[in-house]
Each structure stands twice: as C-alpha cells, then as structure tokens.
Design a protein around this ligand. Sequence first.
Ligand code: HEM
Ligand code: HEM
Length: 172
Amino acid sequence: MSTEAIRNTASQAKTKLWVDILIFAAFLITMEPDLSHLPVHEWLSLSMIFGMVVHLLINWDWIVQVSQRFLSKLGGQTRINYILNWLFFIDGTLIMVSGIMISEVAMPALGLNLHIGRGWGELHELSTNVALILLGLHTALHWNWIVTTINRYLIQPVLKLFIPESKKDSLA
Ligand code: HEM
Ligand code: HEM
C-alpha cells in the first residue's frame, strides 16, 4: 500500500493542504521563541495541539488501515512513514509536556505554577531539535504530494486568472 493509496476528493485535498500550511507556519514561528516572544510562543504552540488533532483526524483512515496491516503485507515506504509518524507523535508529546513544565506565561495565567528543575528545559530543547529532523523526513516522504497539491490548488488557479487574458491577446 503506497502513501498515496487513500485517494482524496478535491475538497479533502484542499483542506489537508491548508491545515498543513497552518501547522507548518505555526511550527516555524514556535521554533524561534526569541523572535516571536514568549507569550506568542506558548499560546501558539499550545493551539498547535488542536491543529495536530485535526491533522491526525483527517488522516485517520490511513492510520487505521496501516495499523491493521503493519504486521502483514505493507510497502516499504509506508512502513517507514508509519514508524516515523509514531516517532513524531512521541517527540511532539515530549515537546508539549516539557514546554508545559517550563511554562512562564500560559500555565501561570491558568493558575498553574509548576516549580521545576533544569531537566525539563533541556528535554524541551532536545525534543525540539529532534522535531526539526523528523519534520525534514516527514516533508521529504510527502514531497510528491506537496508539489502536486500546491501546483493543482494554489499555482494553477492563480495562473488561470491570467491565461484567458493572454489567450485573448494572442487571438486578437
Ligand atoms: C509541522 C508539522 C507537520 C507538517 C507540516 C505535516 C505535514 C504533512 C503532510 C504534507 C502530509 C501529507 C498530506 C496530508 O495527508 O496532510 C502529512 C501526512 C501525515 N502526517 Fe503530518 N505533518 C506534521 C506533523 C505530523 C505529526 C507530529 C504527526 C504524527 C503525530 C503526523 C502524522 C501524519 C500522518 C499520520 C499522515 C498521513 C499518513 C502519511 O502519509 O504519512 N504529522 N503530514
Ligand atoms: C510545537 C511546539 C513547540 C516548539 C517547536 C518549541 C520550541 C522551542 C525552542 C526551539 C525553544 C528554545 C530552546 C532553547 O534554545 O533553549 C523553546 C523554549 C521555550 N519554550 Fe517552547 N516549543 C514548543 C512548545 C512549547 C509550549 C507548549 C510551551 C509552554 C506552554 C513552551 C514554553 C517554552 C519556554 C518557557 C521556553 C524557554 C524560553 C526562554 O527562556 O528563552 N514551548 N521552545
């Protein structure tokens, strides 16, 4: 079973694309807490939990099908994808838990003052570095889908706005 084995309708593909663009942008902003400032860093990354839940729910059919077939017949790339997705899930959980433990803005605002040792900060830094590598691999494995979908639903519709005009010109 290939990664693309679950076919999407146009509206499903568009929804996936916009959710992916949003979580990607949020991830980039959260990777630079010094630039975005701590309140933005904390609240934006906490809201990414919602984005990730949507990302996983949209791909739920794939998760269920591959989980059921993991021990039997399955293509090599899908197997790698599946293992990487689990590693990403575990790493994402570590980022969130360690972030919450060192929180200086969001948790105190919610009335939780967690007094913790240095270890959580180090875990937060380590797990975010691992996430960068995992996101690179995750992106590489979905590269064909990303290029095809951006071309079909972002670039082509914009180009079509101009093509009729140029056709008219060439006919004139
Ligand atoms: C910034 C973070 C992430 C970005 C930008 C991202 C991007 C993508 C893209 C472009 C796809 C293919 C299109 C789609 O189905 O939406 C995809 C699929 C998928 N992603 Fe992510 N993803 C991210 C994080 C994660 C994490 C943390 C997990 C695991 C918990 C995950 C699990 C999956 C699954 C299960 C699929 C569908 C199956 C597959 O083809 O691998 N993603 N992701
Ligand atoms: C997608 C999720 C997240 C990413 C990618 C991320 C990334 C980062 C990075 C790269 C740093 C700098 C680490 C260093 O060099 O020391 C950092 C620091 C920090 N993060 Fe996160 N983080 C995330 C989630 C969270 C959450 C959920 C919270 C709390 C609610 C949080 C709170 C903090 C705090 C308090 C610092 C220390 C800032 C400082 O003292 O300079 N993070 N994070």
